[in-house]
Design a protein around this ligand. Structure first.
Ligand code: ATP
Length: 219
């Protein structure tokens, strides 16, 4: 498979962790993507109390610095107010032109909630969708999403044959990392104990940044 197309992995990344990196790698390999762009959310409309954009961006840059083929797409950080994925995809599609495959990578949790996203059906007017199934877990979606997606489905290998409009599922080995658990460990445990408990979930440069800036109450 000749690598083609750009994967987009949206998230809060507060902080970025090894589960995100594993997801990006799994998507790149399964879909044959030329690169994966991490898309940090500016002002997440479904979450409150997130770290400032420049902090999350700095951690992302540190995490991917040595990873060829991974980049950060800061477009949502440059906007004011709520950002909706469909608007971001429209802007990126305008920038890329009609023929470069753009693939929105979705975790199983996002797929389950897709019907709550603004204008969710229009996502496919601008991008393909790749849904991650964690091995051993069934993929679930509400009925209107299942019905809508059924005749757009293709295989992971064939997804980037279309620049947009198609949907595929790819598999990933389960990875336990969670940003919520990382923030909790930093808040409740001394740094060294937190790092032990987190069992390699934090890229070392990101861990150093969290400590140096006392993020999440790290001490
Ligand atoms: P939080 O705990 O703050 O909700 P998170 O760790 O789930 O954060 P997000 O920034 O919300 O991270 O996630 C961005 C994307 O990464 C989502 O698609 C989510 O499904 C996926 N993701 C997060 N953690 C993992 C993991 N351990 N394995 C695979 N995918 C993950």
């Amino acid at each position: 498979m000749i690598p083609r197309g750009i994967g987009l992995l949206g998230g809060t990344f507060d902080p970025v962790h090894s589960g995100h990196l594993a997801l990006a790698r799994a998507a790149r390999d399964a879909l044959g993507l030329a690169r994966v762009d991490f898309l940090p959310a500016g002002n997440p409309w479904q979450k409150d109390l997130v770290s400032p954009a420049h902090v999350r961006l700095a951690m992302l840059e540190l995490a991917i610095a040595k990873m060829p083929g991974f980049r950060v797409e800061p477009i949502e950080l440059m906007r004011f107010g709520a950002t909706y994925t469909v608007e971001t995809l429209r802007a990126l599609r305008r920038r890329l032109g009609p023929s470069i495959p753009l693939v929105l990578i979705l975790g199983g949790d996002q797929w389950r909630n897709l019907h709550t996203w603004r204008n969710w059906r229009s996502l496919a007017d601008h991008a393909d969708l790749a849904v991650c199934r964690r091995a051993g877990e069934p993929l679930e979606a509400v009925q209107e999403v299942s019905l809508w997606s059924a005749d757009r489905m293709t295989t992971a290998e064939k997804l980037t044959e279309s620049a947009f409009g198609r949907i595929a599922v790819f598999d990933m080995a389960p990875h336990g990392a969670s940003a919520t658990a990382i923030r909790r460990a930093m808040r409740t445990l001394p740094y060294a104990r937190a790092m032990q408990a987190l069992d390699g979930w934090l890229p070392i440069e990101v861990a150093g940044y969290i400590r140096a800036h006392g993020l999440y109450g790290a001490r």
